[in-house]
Design a protein around this ligand. Sequence first.
Ligand code: GLU
Length: 401
Amino acid sequence: MEKTSTKLSGRIERLEPSATLAMSAKVRELKAQGVDVISLSLGETDFFTPDVVKDAAKKAIDDNYSFYSPVAGYPELKKAVCHKFKRDNNLTYEPSQVVVSTGAKNSIYNVMQVLVDKGDEVLVPAPYWVSYIEIVKLAEGTPVVMPTDISTNYKITPEQLEAAITPRTKAIIYSSPSNPTGAVYTREELKALAEVLAKHPNVYIISDEIYEHINFTPEGHTSIAEFPEVYNQTIVINGLAKAYAMTGWRIGFIGAPAWIAKACDNFQGQVTSGTNSVAQIAAVTALLADPEEVVKPMVEVFARRRELVLKGLAEIPGFKTDIPYGAFYAFPDISEYKGKTLRGHKINTSDDLCMYLLAEAHVGLVAGSSFGNDNCIRLSYAASEEVLSEAIRRIKEALTE
Ligand code: GLU
């Protein structure tokens, strides 16, 4: 797009605002007007941060953790991150390979800035998380979208990957468990993708594992970095937001080859510096705590909510939902509603359906178009069973008259 008459940069004019944040802002606005809106738009748990973590933060304040931290994070936090990688993923990282940032989104941004030059291609399997494309564009890279559909459970195949790689391909970015589909690549599937990527050592793998712990498969989580043939070309993205109910604390981190971590450290030093000191100290406690105690109880609740939502969505005519194996989203296909008119609202796109459901059912959802699939909508089930049941009832009512 050409620069228009405003005084803002072309960069910001070309930037799409985050659809997840836009919808949650809309919901907040309606709530402030007194409308009884249910928000299932934002990927944010309704749980409170575990008490041990809150206590650690309070102590950090009293202990005067009020100064700048090292740019890449306190040494004790980097050590705790290394411990987490070993414990949960059997991955060996030295502290020099770890950079702590202001949320996983900030980590992804840093990595893209240090790796991607103008015109470099970055593969983005769709459906993708809303911010990937924009973060690639901000690095002047060219996003190359790889479409998938329900027939492969929204996962790319090794053949598709091989065919998409060109001499300009610099990286691939994806999430497993996936936001927005909830798809989880099995170990075998990741191994097959790793074999393709190992043949292209200059293609970097940005593996977003922020939903690692919210995984309902018996096999559990696999990180692609576990395959030695791609360890040296993989950047693992993770953070505390989702599993530890710490969205607002903004702690994300990477495990990466040391030269990439060093570059992120340099970059961050000119942009944000080290992230919040108190949150970092609290994160040490979170990462060193036993996940069975602080994470598992929340995951068990998500498992029950998932059942409830899948059962509810199955009863809504015209919705086709792929079973989500991880994260806390359902991503039903709503294409049957396209072309219909509901209560005088013409539905041509997933955005139209979301706006209709917001206006008529007072339920906030996010249109699939922002995730690269206009046939679907995203529902976050990180809400109580009572709220979810009511939301499903309202959606059904608005769609079945
Ligand atoms: N990652 C969450 C989501 O997809 C939080 C909002 C955001 O940063 O986009 O809803």
